[in-house]
Write a protein that binds this ligand. Structure first.
Ligand code: ATP
Length: 289
């Protein structure tokens, strides 16, 4: 028997980092949004008792280093199911190392899929608890939609949806390592913070322009030379008519928010010519489990 699920990419409408905690993690404050750009996942049961993955990308691990495999292990252990072999097949479309939670989203999709396969064994909040064991962004990806994520990213609050728009995502050739950027923050304290309260108010008002004016990611200001390319892509997005543009997560992908489909299509086409990856997507509503 084969089960299928989609794993939706995440973007940061804002990203703020607070103090470093005693446990080494930073206190985060992020407005998160899932988009329709997704990986396709299928799971089939096997007789060998092993959990393994395969994907269309050769450089992604197929063992427990793959977050999808890790999530399956966490689920089966929590559900006290032993000896069940699973083969996870991933068709990756979300760019890797882009700050779009590709791996986390695959992991969350595995949790949803296995929960369906095992007759809704866990509630949404139980699945989010399991997700925390897999990684910081996984809990958000379980339901997705628009949410405020605090703590390590696991304290979640559903928010009103992002108003209808087109979103152009562009990823330059390089990736940026998450631990590396956090280290830079420790030596250069954050100078500007996003107006998160203003974004929450604008979401409540359904005011896309006010949201876009306030989009901000503190990682763009850490003094990394790669941010020059990020800034170039952002300014291209604005030239093509975006209401706002920022880098998502720890990058390297940048997105721009558009109201006009034709302008978004044109921006993606032009950016694709210059950088490795560009596509048009749109906000994905939350999956209410
Ligand atoms: P985040 O937004 O959570 O920081 P990211 O988009 O920057 O994530 P990913 O694309 O999720 O980063 O993955 C980065 C690393 O994780 C890669 O080096 C990859 O080898 C590893 N990885 C583990 N599982 C997966 C997966 N299912 N899909 C993609 N990468 C994975």
């Amino acid at each position: 028997m084969e089960f299928r699920e989609k794993a939706y990419a995440k973007l940061n409408i804002s990203l703020d980092v607070g103090a470093r905690r005693a446990d080494g993690y930073h206190e985060m404050n992020m407005v998160m949004q899932t988009v329709k750009l997704c990986d396709e996942l299928s799971v089939s049961t096997t007789e060998d008792g092993q959990i393994s993955a395969r994907s269309n990308l050769r450089f992604i691990p197929n063992d427990e280093r793959n977050l999808a495999v890790k999530a399956a292990r966490v689920f089966l252990d929590a559900a006290e199911i032993s000896g069940q072999g699973l083969l996870l097949t991933l068709h990756k479309r979300i760019p890797v190392g882009a700050g779009m939670a590709g791996g986390s989203s695959d992991a969350a999709a595995v949790l949803r899929l296995l929960n369906r396969m095992y007759e809704d064994r866990f509630t949404r909040s139980e699945l989010e608890k399991l997700a925390e064991q897999v990684g910081s962004d996984v809990a958000f990806c379980v339901s997705g939609g628009t949410a405020l994520a605090r703590g390590r990213g696991e304290i979640l609050e559903d928010l009103p949806p992002l108003p209808d728009c087109r979103i152009v995502v562009c990823k330059p050739e390089f990736s940026i390592s998450t631990p590396e950027l956090f280290k830079k923050l420790d030596s250069a304290p954050v100078r500007h913070h996003p107006d998160t309260a203003g974004i929450l108010k604008a979401l409540g008002d359904g005011d896309l322009r006010a949201i876009c004016r306030r989009m901000y990611n503190v990682f763009e200001d850490v003094g990394d030379r790669r941010m020059r390319t990020v800034a170039q892509i952002k300014s291209r997005m604005l030239d093509y008519g975006a209401l706002g543009s920022i880098m998502t997560g720890t990058g390297s992908a940048v997105f721009g928010v558009f109201t006009e489909e034709a302008a978004a299509d044109k921006a993606a086409e032009e950016l694709r010519g210059e950088y490795r990856f560009a596509c048009v997507t749109e906000p994905m509503p939350g999956l209410f489990l």
